[in-house]
Design a protein around this ligand. Sequence first.
Ligand SMILES: [Zn+2]
Length: 502
Amino acid sequence: MPAKRTLIRGGQIYDHDGDVHRPAVADILIAGDAIAAVGAGLAADGVDEIIDAAGRLIVPGLINAHYHSHDVLCRGMFEELPLEFWLLYTLPMGANRSDEEVRARTLVGAIECLRCGITTVQDMLGLVPLTDAQTEVVIAAYRDAGIRVVFSPMVWDIPPVAMMRHGDSLPPDVQEMLGRTPRPIRDQLDYLAHQFTHRPAAGTLHWAVAPFAPQRCSPAMLQACGELAEKYDLPVYTHVYETRSQRLIARELFQKHGGSLIGYMADCGIVGPRLNIVHSVWIARDEMERLAAADAGIVLNPLSNMKLKSGIAPLLAMRQAGVRLGIGCDNCSGTDVESIFQAMKMLCLTAAVSDPEPGAPLAHEMLRHATLGNARTAGLAHCLGAIKPGYKADLILIDLNDPAYLPYNSAARQLVYTEAGRGVESVMVNGRLVIDKRVVKTIDEDALRREVDGLMRHFLADYETIVESRKAALPHMLHAHRQVWSADVGMERFMPHAHSQK
Ligand SMILES: [Zn+2]
């Protein structure tokens, strides 16, 4: 059977290299899963379906370059907790859950992404235990939702207590709570290799390798992750310098590598074009330059960095160093929204703290990071992130009748500063309309709602048990946290004179 041909007619097509404020009106011809042609007055001969896009802005599908589906059901549960405290609750609530719950949480996150115009999500899943059966549950849920996924079950061999500075001096019961059991390297790598071989990337499934964080991985683990990525030609994502504590851990425990987690990763052979480090709130200037020279990237997560009290990433310094950038939304319980619109806006607004000079970051640059930049993190910039012939048909139709566009002065600025997600009317992934005029076509949302309601009774009971068991740890956590914030991190955070220095 020949590929289905769809003509999207008469929309304003957002072009990164064109007029980003007033995009030109044109048609898009889609053949199968890809864009075949873009231009004015395309012929409708042999077309199976015509979509009238008059009064619509057509934008490349947004990509969420950092997310974890394991804690979707914890959305709205936390508010005041800095990252290290929050992990005490959110990690256990994502582990050892039923197949039904894993499927439901994956679908909820996927539908939320789609409704916010996200056509690709990078799921760095903390799957505990790492089983073949639950991996299939997750992949099937993504396939059923119809979203594109860059899937990377996380691996680590050094236990979670290593996330805490001076974790080994905490009382044994607190260490136990954080987690002090190592995981064997070989089992996890065999598991990954098995997935990559038996469920090869195809259609809307893509793979990535995700060592949890350098301080959670031995050199043997990082090297093995690098080799696996090389063998299967995959990108690598890992959490680096999310909190001030991690900067101190680098200085104190990684002296052999220049007191740097980037130095440590480079010595393990994984700093290169495949690598994307996530967060980088507490990264130093020379480390940014090292990443830029290696064509490694940074994925920024301003929403979770602010909500989990981690801080603000030095965006201007990163831009000056020439590091490639992406944007993510991060966890549902540490953000608590999968909205690239909010993330783009927040990133622009945090410049008030990091770089209070007139100028960048600008809205159209954020849109580029959230599409082409994020596609690049996954090694997919040749086929995702733009509306051009040869690219995958991943795109969103924004209804310009929404008040966010009244009056309509700039597509780029109003998408970043004004769009709250309301305008997302239709969403196409891989040539298939998964949301058509605000109706999700792939799954039954009402049935999902009822299912989640049913699951929450058991989930909340487990949560109460976790809350109770964590109480004794809190004074120790607070003490450690205050020590971190009173310690000298030995770096200048923001560089107000950076413009004149360059
Ligand atoms: Zn993360």
